[in-house]
Design a binder for this molecule. Structure first.
Ligand SMILES: [Zn+2]
Ligand SMILES: [Zn+2]
Length: 335
């Protein structure tokens, strides 16, 4: 089988022929159909992840079919449609796991980082990390939902807004274009926040009822004029752009951050105190969260906009993603 491998930092992906191995205890083997290319893949490509062991096959937006099951796996069978996201497994015994917070497992595995991911035709994964991909969802459309999708879906459904509440989505990129769709489908009144009048039509196509042009006027004040946002989902990693939205929160509103800028945010304490508001982060989700993100997408019509590349062109697809010009997620067609 073919695999696109990172052998060293600053080198292009290497196409290699490998022999698929049999899954061990608790593992499954997946015939990969599609794998999304995520910005986090640069932690592997540029060997930036602490403790990363090369060579490594990246890819944590994997959609495919189980073609072998290891000993002790009872809940999955050959032929099942599965997906593998960032969360690549957990030990079940650390303090976080004992609280049920598997995503924060102290010895948690990460798909495509601590073990080989989906830039290959066949991969091995812990069975507990596998989400279900419902029939009816295209492989290439399912793949980005396993990272960008579940992240926005899970953050939105855990941020405290109720149907009818004003929810603002900051950014209209890979995460944001899914965030607007999910928020609309969840029954929120959606305000998309971006820069430039040219984005209004696109925001409305995605389902936003309001468009806040941060280039035209203070976006926090615009959100206040709309009644104040119960949730602001920050998806574009720009610290000043996120910070200036905080005064647009409503009473007990939540600034929910999923896009991580390098610089610190600057937030006025009075803006929080005067509203009993809060700032929160959200990581992504476990297998169960991903399954629900996929099923919800299938039923409600949420779909990623993607650009497709064959597996052998992983380098081109990766470069396209890194350029920031992709609309909006890059997906490798593996088989
Ligand atoms: Zn990702
Ligand atoms: Zn654990």
């Amino acid at each position: 089988m073919r695999a696109m491998v990172v052998r060293a930092a600053d080198q292009p992906f290497q196409l290699e022929q490998r022999e698929p191995r049999e899954p061990g205890a608790g593992e499954i083997r997946v015939r990969v159909h599609a794998c999304g290319v995520c910005h986090s893949d640069h932690f592997v490509k540029d060997a930036l992840w602490p403790g990363l062991a090369l060579p490594r096959v990246p890819g944590h937006e994997v959609a495919g079919v189980v073609d072998a099951v290891g000993p002790g796996v009872g809940h999955l069978a050959v032929g099942d449609r599965v997906g593998l996201g960032w969360h690549g497994g957990h030990d079940g015994t650390c303090p976080a796991c004992l609280r049920g917070k598997f995503i924060h497992c102290q010895s948690g595995a990460i798909t495509g980082i601590t073990h080989d991911g989906g830039y290959q035709e066949s991969m091995i994964a812990p069975a507990i990390a596998a989400a279900r991909v419902p029939a009816g969802l295209d492989w290439a459309e399912a793949a980005p939902l396993l990272c960008a999708g579940v992240t926005t879906f899970n953050a939105l459904r855990n941020a405290g807004a109720r149907p009818g509440d004003l929810v603002a989505i900051q950014g209209l990129g890979g995460l944001g274009h899914l965030g607007v769709q999910y928020a609309k489908a969840m029954g929120f009144r959606v305000a998309a926040v971006s820069r430039g009048a040219d984005k209004r039509e696109f925001a409305e196509q995605l389902g936003a009822q309001h468009y806040v042009d941060a280039a035209a006027a203070d976006p926090g004040a615009q959100l206040t004029e709309l009644g104040g946002a119960q949730v602001i989902l920050a998806t574009a990693p720009n610290a000043p752009a996120i910070s200036q939205l905080v005064p647009g929160l409503g009473i007990e509103g939540c600034l929910m951050i999923v896009g991580a800028p390098f610089e610190p945010l600057q937030i006025g304490a009075i803006d929080l105190i005067s509203r009993d508001a809060r700032v929160q982060g959200w990581s992504s989700g476990t297998a169960a969260d991903s399954t629900e993100a996929l099923e919800f997408a299938l039923r409600s019509g949420v779909r990623p906009m993607i650009e497709r590349f064959p597996l052998a062109d992983a380098q081109r697809g990766y470069d396209r993603m890194m350029s920031g010009a992709a609309r909006f997620r890059v997906v490798l067609d593996v088989a």
